[in-house]
Ligand binder design. Structure first.
Ligand SMILES: [Ca+2]
Ligand SMILES: [Ca+2]
Ligand SMILES: [Ca+2]
Ligand SMILES: [Ca+2]
Length: 453
């Protein structure tokens, strides 16, 4: 082999080794790169699935709010997460929830919740708060996975909504003639709302009333579509079936149902008369029996179940009457000429709420508290320049009612305190809308409704 041949052979040899080195370096590089990639991706990773609060309104200096944050480990390995939360008040000041940093261990793919709490001091400004939460990778807060926020998360009040439990049922329609009323159930212990009538195939469901143990509601409505004649329905809150139409196919108007204090009977209006029937629709018995002249409406049992208060006549001629259950002793309780008096709801054995015009010339409805001797007082929760009606008592000092005082949203439901005149607008409860919200009925009971269908 000559020199040139040797050099060429050597060159091939070194090039081969060199090429091998490149290949090996490349392989090592790829292995290291892949390992690094695995290290980067084989970590926990967080996604915030949900943020809820135990109450929408907090009394500053007296109450706490608990935020429940649901976190999912969307990474490929198990790990710890470190969660912080804070609220920004109406003056843009920040307030930490406690604990300052709460840890949570999640296996890959699993979901769990943490709860953090804040007690707004007496100096926190009244108004809505913004909520912000962050899920950190480490206990010192150096790096984070994700963050979440809620605008208008809750509001700070000096006089917050008094109820923390119980069920409110009410209806909402665009207009009485639109046949689009829906029944809603609001649970104040969970702050959740259900459209009860969504799948009922009943048009214009309204004016619902709880049985004494909240096992049933009765309401008026009409089987979907024509003909329209109004019927009375009963629905078992704990049964998994549709409401039962108790007056189906009778071709006459059945309205204004209420359940008796012992839960055994329904009192209602049929073609302008007051009648009772059993919960299965049997045994219809007349209490008045003169047809539509005068028209008797809106019956409500006295607390002992032996008498009925109701509205007699319509419009300007409507008065409040009381009658024995056997139809005897039909007596005017409140009968101002040219003042509509209607919608009596018995509160206890000595008093009831009702609505009436302010005066013969001013037809703004006002809510009154009356006794069974005919004494009547306008409540200080009334707004003199709007309509206030559909009162429903809550204990001895509170009531739900509807009012048009917020001019842009028709009737809305409010909560009021009789002794102080305080009124709560329920803005944080997602109850009111641009529709007419009316017909409130409340029962102080925890939610047990399956509400399906
Ligand atoms: Ca009917
Ligand atoms: Ca009649
Ligand atoms: Ca009258
Ligand atoms: Ca409204």
């Amino acid at each position: 082999m000559n020199i040139i041949g040797k050099n060429i052979a050597l060159s091939f040899l070194t090039k081969g080794i060199f090429n091998l080195e490149i290949v090996m370096k490349k392989a090592v590089f790829i292995i290291i790169f892949n390992l690094l990639q695995m290290l980067v991706y084989a970590t926990p990773n967080a996604s915030i699935m949900n943020i809820t609060f135990d109450k929408p309104q907090i009394k500053r200096g007296a109450e706490s709010v608990i935020a429940t944050i649901t976190i999912k480990n969307i990474g490929s390995t198990n790990g710890f997460f470190y969660i912080t939360a804070s609220a920004q008040d109406g003056n843009n000041a920040w307030h930490d929830f406690s604990p300052i940093r709460k840890n949570l261990f999640l296996s890959s793919g699993s979901t769990d919740t943490v709860q953090l709490q804040w007690s707004p001091g007496a100096n926190v400004p009244i108004g809505n708060c913004y909520f912000y939460t962050k899920v950190f990778k480490d206990s010192i807060g150096a790096d984070f996975y994700t963050e979440g926020d809620v605008s208008n998360a809750f509001s700070i009040l000096s006089n917050p909504f008094p109820l923390t439990m119980g069920l409110l049922i009410y209806h909402s329609y665009s207009s009485y003639g639109a046949w689009d009323s829906k029944l809603y159930l609001y649970d104040f212990s969970t702050n959740t709302k259900k459209d009860l009538s969504a799948n009922w195939n009943i048009d214009h469901a309204m004016n619902a009333h709880f049985s004494p143990n909240a096992s049933h509601i009765v309401f008026m409505g009409d089987d979907a579509g024509l003909p329209r004649d109004w019927d009375i329905y009963i629905w078992d809150l704990n049964a998994n079936h549709l409401p039962i139409n108790l007056t189906q196919g009778n071709g006459i108007r059945d309205e204004d149902p209420k359940i008796s204090p012992d839960g055994s009977q329904i009192i209602f209006k049929q073609n302008g008369d007051i009648k009772t029937m059993a919960l299965d629709g049997s045994n219809i018995t007349s209490i008045t029996n003169n047809g539509g002249v005068p028209e008797e409406s809106m019956p409500y049992f006295s607390s002992d179940g032996q008498k009925i208060v109701y509205a007699r006549g319509a419009g300007a001629s409507s008065d409040i009457y009381i009658i024995n259950k056997d139809g005897s002793n039909n007596t005017a309780l409140l009968s101002i000429s040219n003042v509509s008096e209607y919608y009596p709801i018995v509160r206890n054995n000595s008093s009831f709420l009702y609505s009436r015009w302010l005066s013969p010339s001013i037809h703004h409805d006002q809510i009154h508290l009356a006794d069974f001797l005919g004494n009547s007082t306008s409540l200080s929760i009334n707004d003199l320049s709007s309509n206030n009606s559909d009162a429903y008592p809550v204990g001895s000092d509170y009531l739900f009612f509807s009012s048009t005082r917020a001019a842009s949203s028709g009737y809305d439901i409010y909560f009021g305190q009789i002794s102080s005149g305080a009124v709560w607008n329920l803005d944080n409860f997602n109850i009111n809308s641009s529709n007419e919200e009316l017909g409130a009925c409340y029962i102080p009971r925890k939610f047990s409704c399956q509400c399906s269908p």
